[in-house]
Design a protein around this ligand. Structure first.
Ligand code: CA
Length: 130
């Protein structure tokens, strides 16, 4: 059975890109398009990897991350934050918020696939350059 990846991203173009990139690599991809439904899906069934956009309708990615981290069931879920901003401040915010990795949009499909594979391998540690 493939690893479950929950993608919370409001851009349909990026949703498609992520699906096209991860499905052939054997990941089971589920998509939500706004903060509240993404949070709900993650709480209901914690994924092996959460790919989380920052700018989301309803509730932003930072808030989703903070709520997951403060919930026992989801405090250790592996989170990859996607952001359009490469600024140091955003990176620091991702670290403080407890993100496991950070990817700046636009990213290359093979870059996302490599990061996702790395993050879902047991015992792996990764330092992602944005
Ligand atoms: Ca967005």
């Amino acid at each position: 059975m493939g690893k479950r990846v929950l993608v919370v991203e409001d851009s349909q173009v990026i949703q498609r890109l992520i699906e096209v990139c991860l499905r052939p690599a054997g990941f089971d991809v589920e998509v939500r398009s706004d903060g509240p439904s993404g949070l709900e899906a993650a709480l209901e069934s914690p994924p092996d990897l959460l790919v989380l956009d920052v700018g989301l309708p309803g509730m932003d990615g930072w808030e989703v991350l903070s709520r997951l981290r403060s919930t026992e069931r989801t405090k250790d879920v592996v989170v990859l934050v996607l952001t359009a901003h490469a600024q140091e401040e955003t990176r620091a915010k991702a670290d403080r918020g407890g993100a496991d990795a950070f990817l700046t949009k636009p990213f290359r499909p093979n870059e996302l696939r490599a990061v996702a594979a790395e993050l879902t391998s047991p015992g792996s540690m990764i330092q992602t350059a944005g």
